[in-house]
Design a binder for this molecule. Structure first.
Ligand code: MG
Ligand code: MG
Length: 631
């Protein structure tokens, strides 16, 4: 598999783009003419820089408004093409993309266009150039790859071929299956892009909203299967125009691009083994069995405050680490680690972000395989020296530089708690069960610009899908929220993208210096019992406005008793087609971190989205809980 990306897809100036593209692992680049024109060196120099990066030029583009012109425009178009062929010889590339014409004088007719391409093929051959023809979704006469193919077929010249672009085919709703009948040697090049499904003008949609395969809603898998069924073996090249990416980091965009291609081809390979694609084999998407542990980094003073909050929620400090200043707090299947070490990763995370979640352990079927898949997809591996008798648990870097550890039951890894922690006998005697069973979800807050990256990160590593994006209205702006869910619902991660630092999520982002876990939600088997038990231990719930309960009474069929109990305990409510949802929140800790308690009844699938604006307003009103320090 030869990978390529158009220079236009990556932000920065040409040299920055090329470094990021080469570092991400690509084999080649499409030179977008604008990037060449903006560069201050000649074509030979550009060609040399690209070679120095270990890349090849896979395509030069675009050449526009060529076919179907009357004289004198027709002669001029051929002359323009010849000049570009000379330039390409200097750059050191032999393939040019011509997109279907938008010229106001261009005439229709398959044969007229085929004749133009036949003649152009003759001229191109003399300069050892190949020409690929692409149907733009908004082309004047040609906007369907089937028509572009018919023109190429009738042109009948070895130097004239077809260029396919997933956006133009899928964005127009054209059936990908029609690609299967095109001979592989006539498909000169393949461009890939995904996009979110939004109703808008095709040109505007394409120029501003394209994204990496897997980041949008188009059926790239069917498209790719049809292309690979022809026997196509040329480059897979990303051509992404996206406003967010233009302002992003070259490194991140290039890494996401590479990850998206590896992931897409892995999907094609898994769903069509009959194609026998020559791909390096990578482990299957990891099946997550839930959150094994959540680790906080903090100092001794704040560890006490965090500990007393956990205690109010029914957790006990049941274990301590054999040699390190690390405590384990437990309740049923939930494990919270509090790390106050003065060195190592957790400490540096504390220095940078303050008290925060620095590490999440995910239970998976096979930890080694999950790690292998993640790193094959370009995730940064993490390791640090372990003490005697400590296990090396496979880990990668996740959101905001925090860690993701993979733990499984098949290896020694599940024994980490027995091997590295000592039971504190007295603590277990004092246990009060608040009926918190497991971690339901982890909510991570990030800049909106990073949301696509992290969604792709999770959905490519894990056997997981994403839910539609929902908007949460905060008094200070909009927060976009999207969940990534494992097939079995044991893995639930919500991603919240803040566009403004005036939102509650945005404030958290600014004060914790980067993306971070903003809340942890625990599942209760009896939320009313949980709320009462926690209240008895001094837990202060986030106070919800009485107006909210008046509205609940109007919207749902709830008895007076239940409503008044919910109001007394500050429990919020939602309902979907399947079932009911109850939730309550802690006051905020530090600069906006909080805990959530939830109960799902009869398969409720959401996260209480309709309640989010009222929760956020209450949080902004409440400030932080008594005794809770600023981090
Ligand atoms: Mg294209
Ligand atoms: Mg939540």
């Amino acid at each position: 598999m030869k990978t390529s990306i158009a220079t236009v897809s990556v932000p920065g100036e040409l040299r920055e783009k090329l470094s990021a593209i080469a570092d991400a692992g690509f084999d080649g680049v499409e030179i977008f003419e604008q990037d060449f024109l903006a560069f201050d060196g000649g074509p030979k120099e550009v060609g040399r820089i690209i070679k120095d990066h270990g890349l090849e030029i896979t395509l030069f583009q675009p050449f526009r408004d060529f076919e179907g012109l009357p004289e004198p425009e027709r002669t001029k178009a051929f002359d323009r093409a010849e000049r570009k062929f000379d330039l390409m010889n200097e750059l050191g590339t032999d393939l040019v993309l011509i997109c279907s014409s938008l010229h106001p004088k261009a005439l229709g007719g398959i044969d007229r266009a085929a004749d133009d391409f036949s003649e152009l093929g003759e001229r191109a051959a003399k300069k050892s150039i190949r020409v690929g023809y692409e149907a733009l979704a908004w082309g004047k006469h040609v906007w369907d790859h089937r028509d572009a193919w018919e023109i190429v077929r009738r042109a009948n010249h070895p130097n004239i071929g077809l260029i396919l672009d997933s956006f133009h085919t899928l964005g127009r709703g054209i059936d990908s299956e029609s690609i299967r009948s095109v001979p592989a040697d006539k498909i000169f090049f393949l461009q890939l892009a995904d996009a979110p499904l939004i109703e808008m003008d095709l040109f505007y949609w394409s120029r501003h909203f394209r994204n990496m395969p897997g980041e949008g809603d188009l059926d790239l898998l069917s498209f790719m299967k049809a292309v690979m069924a022809t026997g196509y073996s040329g480059p897979l090249s990303l051509e992404i125009f996206n406003d967010q990416f233009r302002g992003g980091s070259p490194k991140l965009v290039a890494q996401d691009g590479y990850r998206s291609l590896v992931n897409l081809m892995d999907q094609v390979n898994r769903s069509s083994p009959d194609l026998k694609l020559a791909l390096p084999s990578i482990p299957a998407p990891a099946t997550s069995k839930g959150i094994e542990f959540v680790e906080f980094t903090t100092d001794e003073a704040e560890a006490e405050v965090l500990g007393s909050l956990l205690n109010q929620m029914g957790f006990i400090n049941s274990h301590k680490h054999v040699s390190k200043s690390v405590d384990l707090w437990t309740q049923n299947d939930i494990k919270i680690v509090i790390n106050t070490e003065k060195e190592g990763f957790a400490h540096s995370a504390y220095v940078t972000h303050g008290t925060s979640v620095c590490d999440v352990g995910l239970a998976v079927e096979n930890a080694e395989e999950a790690w292998k898949r993640a790193t094959a997809l370009g995730a940064d591996p993490f390791s640090q020296t372990v003490g005697p008798n400590e296990l090396t648990i496979p880990a990668i870097r996740g959101v905001g530089g925090s860690l993701l550890h993979f733990v499984d039951e098949r290896s020694e890894l599940s024994k980490v708690w027995e091997r590295e922690f000592i039971l504190i006998e007295d603590a277990t005697k004092a246990a009060t069960d608040a009926k918190l069973k497991r971690v339901d979800h982890i909510a991570q807050t990030m800049n909106y610009d990073e949301m696509l990256s992290w969604t792709l990160f999770y959905t490519s590593i894990f056997d997981a899908t994403k839910t539609p994006l929902v908007d949460v209205v905060d008094p200070g702006g909009l927060v976009r929220s999207q969940a990534v869910e494992g097939k079995n619902s044991l893995l639930r991660i919500t991603l919240n993208g803040a566009e403004s630092h005036r939102t509650f999520a945005g404030q958290h982002l600014a004060s914790s210096f980067g993306s971070a876990v903003q809340h942890l939600a625990f599942e209760s088997s009896d939320i009313f019992g949980t709320a009462r038990a926690m209240k008895n231990k001094g837990f202060e719930a986030l106070e919800i406005s009485p107006n909210y309960y008046l509205d609940l009474a109007a919207r749902f069929d709830l008895t007076e008793d239940i409503l008044s109990e919910m109001q007394a305990l500050n429990i919020m409510y939602d309902k979907d087609e399947q079932g009911e949802f109850f939730q309550l929140y802690s006051k905020t800790y530090g600069e906006g971190f909080f805990f959530e308690i939830i109960q799902r009844k009869k398969g409720y699938q959401g996260y209480g989205g309709p309640n989010a604006p009222f929760r956020v307003a209450a949080q902004k009103r409440a400030g932080r809980a008594k005794g809770m320090p600023r981090t």
